[in-house]
Ligand binder design. Structure first.
Ligand SMILES: Cc1cc2nc3c(=O)[nH]c(=O)nc-3n(C[C@H](O)[C@H](O)[C@H](O)COP(=O)(O)OP(=O)(O)OC[C@H]3O[C@@H](n4cnc5c(N)ncnc54)[C@H](O)[C@@H]3O)c2cc1C
Length: 308
């Protein structure tokens, strides 16, 4: 039985793992993969201490930092997904997708979030056939073509910035009148002559044959339906927290986020902490995920020793 099991291998999971190993807690980190969401980013400019780093390199650095501590105090279980947590007396049992069970005295959940899918007629049919959720992975396939970006938040503008360097045109489709992205980013992209914006649009349908050919939306002001030809649709409409496996145990809020005490990161169940994008913390960034996970670990460390 472990003292602690950390679920997730993004910035939060990596930080908790490093601190746990250094404090010589008998720990296992279980993650479907290492690196976290921003591995798809071309460049990250705000990982403190590193003015510029690619998402892939950041992900690899996080993984290397965990691997550095692999040994008597840290087991690394990669390619495994938690599907359930059961509490029995003074221990927790974590069930994984492969049918295994791991036991621990305490748990830190850092399973982050996944992309929200586009809901429109035929959207599922054209996934990976013109509809994509990763500009840096799939963008180059659409060089010199007209593409659409759905969503006007930071992720949408970041995708647009990447696509503008090789696509013929990029049109952003946004459901409301105001962007949710940082002003500095919005200003810079709006200056690009290849960039267009359609606001107050509700996407209704995607059409094509083998690949996407067009997208139809309803203008929310006039009610008029319009169809735009396009080769690629890049979807950036937010995230869904990965918390299903913990739903029956810890409190989850109306946005599907794990409720934590912001002082300690403890959930509503003593012995379970959560940090990063899977929590109801107000802001979500790499540095925040990492810092909150350290906070969780410090509190878990004291709790584990007190309950020995
Ligand atoms: C495109 C994009 C660009 C971004 N750019 C920036 C940026 O420039 N700067 C910045 O600060 N932030 C950025 N962010 C936000 C940042 O990536 C997140 O805030 C951060 O990754 C959250 O870290 P996390 O560890 O909480 O979760 P995640 O990074 O989501 O990591 C979750 C981990 O848990 C694993 N996992 C998921 N479910 C399970 C399960 N059931 N069992 C086991 N393991 C599981 C996943 O494989 C993953 O390793 C960006 C996000 C996106 C999507």
């Amino acid at each position: 039985m472990y003292d602690l099991i950390i679920l997730g291998g993004g910035p939060a999971g990596a930080s908790a793992s490093v601190y746990a190993a250094r404090k010589q807690l008998k720990t296992a980190v279980i993650t479907s993969e290492f690196g976290g969401q921003s591995i798809v980013s071309e460049t990250i400019y705000n990982w403190i201490g590193t003015p510029e780093i690619s998402g892939t390199d950041l992900g690899q650095n996080l993984k290397n930092h965990i691997l550095y501590y692999k040994g008597p105090f840290l087991d690394i279980i990669e390619g495994e997904k938690a599907i359930d947590i059961i509490k029995n007396d003074n221990k927790f049992s974590i069930k994984t997708e492969s049918g295994k069970t791991y036991e621990s005295k305490a748990i830190i959940i850092t399973t982050g979030s996944s992309r929200r899918k586009l809901e429109a007629i035929n959207a599922d049919k054209f996934e990976h056939k013109g509809i994509t959720y990763c500009a840096s992975c799939d963008g180059p396939l659409f060089a010199d073509q007209d593409v659409l970006v759905i969503g006007g938040g930071n992720a949408g503008f970041e995708s647009a910035a990447q696509l503008l360097s090789y696509c013929k045109s990029v049109t952003m489709i946004h459901r409301s009148d105001k962007f949710r992205a940082d002003e500095i980013t919005v200003k810079k992209i709006l200056e690009n002559l290849k960039f267009k914006v359609i606001k107050n649009a509700e996407i209704t349908k995607v059409d094509g044959d083998q690949f996407v050919k067009s997208l139809t939306y309803k203008d929310k002001i006039t009610g008029e339906e319009k169809t735009i030809p396009t080769a690629g649709i890049f979807v950036e409409i937010g995230q869904i927290p990965n918390v299903l496996f913990a739903k029956n145990l810890v409190q989850i809020d109306e946005f599907n986020k794990i409720v934590v005490d912001p002082m300690t990161q403890m959930t509503t169940v003593p012995g379970i902490w959560a940090a990063g994008d899977c929590t109801n913390g107000r802001y979500h960034q790499n540095n925040i995920a990492s810092g909150d996970a350290v906070k969780a670990l410090e509190d878990a460390y004291l709790w584990i020793h007190k309950n020995k």
